[in-house]
Write a protein that binds this ligand. Structure first.
Ligand SMILES: Cc1cc2nc3c(=O)[nH]c(=O)nc-3n(C[C@H](O)[C@H](O)[C@H](O)COP(=O)(O)OP(=O)(O)OC[C@H]3O[C@@H](n4cnc5c(N)ncnc54)[C@H](O)[C@@H]3O)c2cc1C
Length: 537
């Protein structure tokens, strides 16, 4: 057994999609990262098939905007039917989203992860260790220490990092090291998940995306992404009370279940596997230098297609906070806002996923008839709305409550400045941004300007096409000005993770908004004050 010790900014355990995106977000900050994953090969089983608009924007911001169209396709209407094919509810995944593009895009997870991996491999500051299992962790005031074991030779290494991120999935070692319990929301159902590749030229007579809420066999029929121009399909079949998971895992059984939809001579089964869908939420997401993200922190039934998306949201929330912290610009207490912001959000997404799960997971004819009746007579509760941020670094009013529209996801679209046209994130860049519709910046006092400079906040004026104000951004897709109209906003501050810190209705309140942000960040040791005093002296 040999031992060696290295110091990294961040060590990540696990190399699933959530770890890959965490690594990319930190790599672009220039951090020194090591990843340890126990398997040498990529996880081969069927899982995520869709990614929502917010994360599509995140992936684009991380430099994958040009590759994404080749590995994804826009979602269709997602329709829920009873056994007689009467519609119970519909979710329009094709609708134009606030982030630009459709609400949901479909992906083939192995192909998507291959794209992530190619980008990770191109980062010289990310060290990827496949075939290494994390076996033991400890931490001191100065660093976290991880013992990893080569899965083939048994050789062990010890590595040190300023922070240790457990992106190690549902059975997380780091969650155990944190000592976190898990809240069980009580959802549990077994489903056989089958990915199918139709033969070339075969057209199937199936709904584009549907939940067939037939109590004799609750069934999911959805796209499963695209690879090299070939479109995959996904079927999911609920295990009925008299069956075992083993019964369902035989390929012959899979074909029997597929028979009404697709025949053996029309397609190939790519993967099939029985999963137990559960709803679990960790109570503690960080202890000192240990942090958990993704399935390590939360799992949910996949009916809303949000498990991976929720994990990528964890990454994006954590990344800008670690950026300030690792640069010595904030105290570790800033990381307390990670769980404070993300846990309530994902808790609501779990509720939404469970709401949908409870609509379909009814294998009893009588109960299914009651459900149908409730939907058809308008007595069924509608799905809860998709959540916003409700706590953390958000502007508050005099009553201490979060001041609307703080916490909403900000709009995103194409803009033009001078001769440059493109996505807002590419034209303006990432980080805090002040967006005004008036020339609020001209009215700012020296202190507010100094705060913006000290916090490295970009400031832009958004105008309608035809408005020729110099240096202004033209709202080409009509994303920003209608949003600002709808919420009575003159000036808003967007956080690095695209959520609104806060907004004011009049240009002369922009200075107060900026001072509030400064005050809120100062609580976590982000000290613009010294710089501001020097600048305004
Ligand atoms: C059927 C199904 C459909 C789904 N559909 C969707 C969807 O449409 N959209 C969506 O957003 N989500 C969906 N999900 C959820 C999504 O697949 C998961 O949430 C996501 O893959 C979790 O990613 P992760 O990186 O957190 O964890 P994982 O992908 O589980 O990765 C964790 C990694 O950590 C490694 N690891 C664990 N312990 C150690 C250790 N001690 N040492 C080293 N390595 C370790 C594991 O080997 C693994 O590779 C679906 C899930 C299922 C099951």
């Amino acid at each position: 057994m040999t031992e060696q010790t290295n110091l990294y900014d961040v060590v990540q355990i696990g190399y699933g999609p959530v770890s890959e995106i965490m690594a990319l977000a930190l790599a672009r900050q220039g951090r020194k990262i090591a990843i340890f994953e126990r398997w040498r090969e990529r996880f081969p089983l069927p899982r995520a098939v869709c990614i929502d608009h917010e994360l599509y924007r995140v992936l684009s911001a991380l430099g994958m905007g040009e590759q994404l169209p080749a590995v994804s396709h826009p979602g269709p209407q997602y329709r829920w039917f009873n056994a007689e094919w009467r519609e119970l509810l519909a979710i329009d995944w094709s609708a134009e989203s606030i982030s630009g593009g459709p609400e949901v895009n479909f992906v083939h997870q192995p192909t998507l992860e291959r794209m992530f991996e190619d980008v990770v491999q191109a980062c010289p500051n990310v060290e990827l260790n496949l075939g290494w299992e994390a076996v033991e962790v400890t931490q001191t005031d100065d660093y976290a220490e991880l013992v990893v074991r080569d899965c083939e030779s048994g050789q062990q290494r010890t590595v040190r990092a300023r922070y240790l991120i457990g992106a190690d999935g549902a059975n997380s070692l780091i969650r155990r090291a944190i000592g976190s319990t898990q809240e069980d929301r009580g959802f549990e159902a077994d489903w056989l998940v089958i990915d199918v590749l139709p033969h070339e030229g075969v057209t199937l007579d199936i709904p584009p995306a549907a939940q067939y809420c037939n109590p004799t066999r609750p069934t999911t029929i959805v796209p499963a992404g695209v690879k090299d121009g070939r479109f995959f399909r996904r079927w999911e079949f609920m295990r009925l009370p008299h069956e075992t998971a083993e019964d369902l895992e035989h390929e012959d059984v899979a074909w029997q279940l597929l028979e009404p939809w697709v025949r053996r001579d029309q397609a190939t089964i790519v993967r099939h596997k029985v999963y137990t869908f559960r709803s679990l939420l960790a109570d503690t997401w960080r202890k000192g230098r240990y942090i958990i993200v993704g399935d390590a922190a939360h799992v949910m039934p996949p009916f809303m297609g949000q498990g991976m998306c929720a994990g990528l949201r964890d990454d994006w929330n954590l990344a800008w906070k670690l950026d300030l912290l690792l640069d010595g610009k904030a105290d570790a207490s800033l990381l307390d806002t990670y769980q404070e912001e993300r846990r309530p959000h994902v808790s609501d997404v779990i509720d939404l996923s469970m709401y949908l799960g409870k609509v379909i997971c009814i294998p009893d004819a009588q109960k299914a008839a009651e459900r149908d009746e409730a939907f058809f007579t308008g007595k069924a509760l509608p799905p809860p709305p998709f959540p916003s941020l409700t706590s953390g670094i958000l502007r508050r009013g005099a009553d201490g409550q979060v001041a609307a529209p703080a916490g909403l996801l900000s709009p995103h679209g194409r803009v033009r400045r001078g001769g440059t046209e493109g996505r807002f994130d590419d034209v303006v860049g990432l980080g805090f941004v002040v967006i005004s519709r008036s020339d609020a910046g001209d009215a700012l006092d020296a202190e507010a300007r100094a705060i913006l400079e000290a916090l490295n906040v970009r400031s832009v004026v958004m105008v309608a096409p035809g408005d020729r104000r110099e240096d202004a951004l033209v709202d080409l897709d009509g994303k920003y000005l209608p949003f600002m109209d709808a919420h009575g906003i003159d000036t808003m501050i967007v956080r690095p993770d695209f959520y609104l810190y806060g907004a004011v209705p009049h240009a002369d309140q922009a200075g107060a908004l900026i001072r509030d942000l400064d005050g809120d960040l100062e609580r976590f040791g982000v000290r613009s004050h010294a710089a501001v005093e020097a600048m305004t002296a």
